[in-house]
Design a protein around this ligand. Sequence first.
Ligand code: GLC
Length: 568
Amino acid sequence: MTTLKWWQTALFYQIYPRSFADGNGDGIGDFKGITEKLDYLKDLGIDTIWLSPHFPSPNWDCGYDVSDYCEVAPEYGTLEDFKTFLAESHARGIKVILDLVLNHTSDEHAWFLESKSSRDNPKADWYVWADTPPNNWQSCFDGEAWTYAPERGQYYYHYFMKQQPDLNWRNPEVKQAMWDAVRFWLDLGVDGYRLDALGTIYEDPALTPHTVPMNLAELRRFSETAKTPEEKALVEKYWYDMFKNQWGGPQLHDLMKELRAIIDEYDGDRMLVGEDDNIDYMGDGNDELHLVFNFPLMRTEKLTPAHIRKNQKERLARLDKLPTRGWGCNTLGNHDCSRVYTRFGDGLHDAELARVNAALVLTLRGTPFFYNGEEIGMTDYIISDPTKLRDTMASWYYEQLVNELGVAPAEAAQRAGEMTRDKNRTPMHWNNTANGGFSPANVETWLPVNPNYAEGINAKDQQDNPISMLNYYKRLVRIRKQTPALIEGEYKPVHEKADDYVAFLRYTPAQTVLVVLNYAPNHHELKFSVPDKKTARILFSSAGRSKKDEHISQLSLGAFEVLIAELA
Ligand code: GLC
């Protein structure tokens, strides 16, 4: 496995710093807390941390509105605390990549304060300004995309909230300033970046209006109320049409090449992973991003075997076509979407399906990413009191529903609670004491703690329980690490018509591994035929099997079983 880079073999884990571990007992996660939990991550088998933004921010978008790119948010600690965290991670062999928000800054960033102060200041052209709104573009978070700044009597553009003005990336000074920030953290030793919302960096220069006959709030509402297949298809079309002129500018390739060149100046194979599923942003396989997420895998209402097979077929074929073969990157959850356990459950077998899905991410070809809390089976927690929401796009939507669209407050609260990303960002559960052990008992945490920490969904109880979700994750991770074919092997689907289960081979010249993931409560008697292979030596089974070796033409698969076997 020596030819692979570290980011190809590593298991990544996303830490959402506000909710991961509260080291100073103020109800908000911080670097002291994260550093104290590094041994937990090491024990889980994590190789790399992706840290969501840790920079100073007024938190209109939970840190994705950065007001200083070269500092640490005071509630998370100091730059010294960050350096300690980085050193302690590296000391344990854990790498760290940061979140880099390129498209926009906070409206409280010094650059924007200067830019909006007049029309002729040195940073006047650092953001996107217009005398009057030049079109009907919407912000994907809070209504009109153009907001008036009285100081200079002009409108600025923002793809996200009005507190997140878009930078003008056509201005070389902007690039220079941002590249300085990029180098700042690389010089401190971070191992790379996850690039936030990169597709939104360049808009259509012709500023072509959208053609959807509604505004953002109306479209959200329409999405919730659409019932027929025709209406649902229209919803999808409208979402696409509303924003298609606001992202995807082709100049992004040159920008990514520039950034890649900076990254490559550093030793240690620093890396970039883009928050985008477009494989084009991997350039020729060597000159843009190292990885882009396989979002199409998770963008489905139901994870079915047929969906998974189709996804793999398309993705891998596309990666294989790059001049330098591309590497996949699989994930099922992050801070922007409903938790895997809830979203891909069926209400009856949620725990079983969560286990099958963990196995999926760990056995497909590509680098796996987990989101913190997934490993203990954390679930969504619907916050039904709108005053407790911290995700301001949801508060905005609540206000719109009640004040503009005439929806009753109780229903609006329900809708906002369902659409908000707060539900999947609640504090991590460390043990079965008050506040799930995240913060001391008497402290009000920044988002409420999901009370189901008391029902066994917490790290401590699960550490002590051999059949817990946490120990299941650990066993699977260990198997992945011990099985070269699962990391570097080719992928070949078998039994491609099966409705209930996915089955595939991962193989190298030296090793062939069969993976079978049963997504259904049904048992199956399976026959596989693979040239030169007769025996399946069981490496992992979620359904206790008595025999170590079985015949591949006679394998019985249990309900929701995860079976990983080396063929001989
Ligand atoms: C990305 C982030 C999301 C954020 C948005 C704007 O999609 O993942 O959390 O709100 O960018 O920065």
